[in-house]
Design a protein around this ligand. Structure first.
Ligand code: FES
Length: 157
């Protein structure tokens, strides 16, 4: 007597439903996490190639003052001391990359993150900063009396 073999459709139907539900669940997870991943991943930015920056008329900078400016993708700080001399530095603290600011009370540069201090010449004098600030060249355009900032080594900012 021959053995009758009937295909087991219920098993294959179950497997099909498992695959369908698994695929749907995977698609739902991707749909949920992809926007989060895109939000957390910073967009790629083109490096702004800058070799000098014009900061405008020198008369706009009072004595004993400092101002943050953009030098390409980096922050810079220009200082006009009580002596009238202009100095400019990369404003990124050499400790952990916070942006420094001018402190007119002591005529120096201060980093608020960990109370790091630099003198007016950019030398690290107290707190955790391990190195001086990177200086920029300051040129005053003759005639127009406008301030031009350039990196000292000719490198681009
Ligand atoms: S980042 Fe400036 S003192 Fe720490």
């Amino acid at each position: 007597m021959p053995i009758e073999h009937t295909p087991n459709y219920s098993v294959s139907r179950r497997r099909f439903l498992d695959l369908l539900l698994g695929g749907t669940g995977l698609a739902a997870l991707i749909g949920l996490f992809y926007p989060i991943f895109r939000y957390l991943t910073p967009p790629e930015q083109e490096e702004a190639v800058v070799s000098s920056v014009n900061l405008g008329p020198a008369k706009d900078f009072p004595l004993n003052s400092g101002k943050i400016f953009r030098f390409g993708n980096k922050p810079g700080i220009i200082i006009r001391g009580s002596d009238g001399k202009f100095r400019a530095y990369n404003a990124t603290c050499t400790h952990l990359d916070c942006i420094v600011q001018y402190d007119a009370k002591v005529e120096g540069v201060w980093c608020a993150c960990h109370n790091g201090r630099y003198d007016i010449n950019g030398r690290n004098i107290s707190g955790p900063p391990p190195r001086p600030l990177t200086p920029y060249a300051v040129k005053i355009q003759p005639g127009a009396e406008e301030i031009l900032i350039a990196s000292q080594d000719g490198a681009q900012g």
